[in-house]
Design a protein around this ligand. Structure first.
Ligand SMILES: NC(=O)c1ccc[n+]([C@@H]2O[C@H](COP(=O)([O-])OP(=O)(O)OC[C@H]3O[C@@H](n4cnc5c(N)ncnc54)[C@H](OP(=O)(O)O)[C@@H]3O)[C@@H](O)[C@H]2O)c1
Length: 325
């Protein structure tokens, strides 16, 4: 089977993708800074810091497809100039260098996991109450340094592919959830598990989400399908309001979740005072993706429903929580 280089293999997405590709019998070379926490048989591991590597020959030898997941996600100052420089070094420049050398080494296809934040932070509400879903043809409108660095990485990859035979596939997912999820989704689940009443009773929004195992299957389609060559796809598998999501999680955890009514304007002020504006925006605003193109072009039907995904995630959470409390 062709050899696939997966960067960011120890991350949240990598942990789901590796078994998926292994089951499909791909020959995998996995790369991350830390060595793998658990040994996955038959996978070759390289432990490298991509920001410090100038010569990727060892990683790229005999590779058919690169799946570039490694990125710096929400670790630097999100608003300052220094934050943008750091994100550009880790996300844009690493992608450019890796893509340039991959093209020279004859890699067939380079799959880049970008983010829907390249389209923007929220979708507009229409006069009829519906949403102007994000599509592939929207003009990019990245706002924070992370999103800017990911958009610039997309552009760098496109540039490399325009002057070589290497094909690109760019995927822009929204929030991804599943076992090993981190950050806001994990904090939300933890709060619900503790039965903390959340002040979300007045929030009426809609958010697109993506279950990590559905994403892994999409990435495999992007490796295999000729139609994926040189395409940008927005990818999500469900749209749900925050209130419904909280209720579904509470039901599965067996917790009754009172949602306290609190005007969104008050939540925004709290966000301003606590420096958590971005978190409040993600909780209250809508971000809806039109996923019809990837479904049509790659004949993709998400295998896991929201309930499947939440059940798997919360089963993992119960074990994770019992170990870490
Ligand atoms: N999670 C989401 O909701 C989401 C949504 C949209 C897009 N994405 C995109 O999806 C991709 C994967 O995200 P994730 O959630 O799996 O991220 P993650 O859990 O933070 O994992 C990041 C991975 O990248 C590796 N990495 C980071 N910097 C590196 C460097 N300098 N050199 C080598 N390896 C490095 C990490 O390796 P170490 O083990 O060494 O730390 C880790 O394996 C990212 O490109 C992200 O932008 C994620």
């Amino acid at each position: 089977m062709p050899r696939i280089l997966v960067t960011g293999a120890t991350g949240f997405v990598g942990r789901s993708l590796l078994p998926q590709l292994r089951t499909a019998n791909y020959d995998i070379r996995a790369l991350s800074r830390r060595p793998a926490a658990e040994i996955i048989p038959y996978i070759e591991w390289l432990s490298r810091d991509l920001t410090e590597v100038n010569d990727f020959a060892e990683a790229l030898t005999d590779v058919d497809t690169v799946v570039h997941l490694a990125a710096c996600v929400h670790q630097f100052d999100l608003n300052g100039e220094s934050g943008l420089a750091d994100y550009r070094r880790d996300n844009t420049e690493v992608t450019r260098r890796l893509a340039e050398q991959a093209a020279r080494k004859g890699v067939r296809r380079f799959i880049y996991l970008s983010t829907i934040k390249v389209n923007g932070e929220k979708t507009a509400v229409l006069t009829n109450g519906g949403f102007q879903s994000f599509t592939e043809s929207d003009t990019p409108a990245p706002e924070d340094p992370y999103a800017i660095s990911k958009y610039e990485a997309e552009e760098a990859l496109r540039e490399v592919c325009s002057i070589s035979d290497m094909e690109y596939v760019i995927l822009r997912p929204p929030l991804i959830y599943g076992p090993w999820v981190k950050a806001n989704f994990l904090q939300l689940v933890a709060a619900i598990n503790r039965g903390i009443p959340l002040p979300l009773g007045s929030v009426h929004n809609l958010r697109s989400l993506l279950y990590v195992e559905n994403l892994s299957e999409v990435i495999q389609l992007c490796i295999e399908k000729p139609q994926a060559a040189n395409q940008l796809f927005l990818v999500s598998d469900v749209d749900i309001s925050l209130r419904d999501l909280v209720k579904r999680i509470g039901d599965i955890l067996g917790k009754w979740m009172p949602l306290l009514p609190c005007p969104v304007s008050v939540l925004n002020i709290v966000g301003l005072l606590t420096g958590k504006q971005a978190v409040i925006r993600r909780l209250t605003e809508s971000l809806v993706i039109d996923n019809s193109r990837i479904k049509r072009e790659l004949s993709w039907t998400p295998r896991f429903t929201l309930d499947d995904g939440l059940l798997n995630t919360l089963n993992w959470f119960r074990v994770f929580h019992s170990i870490h409390q």
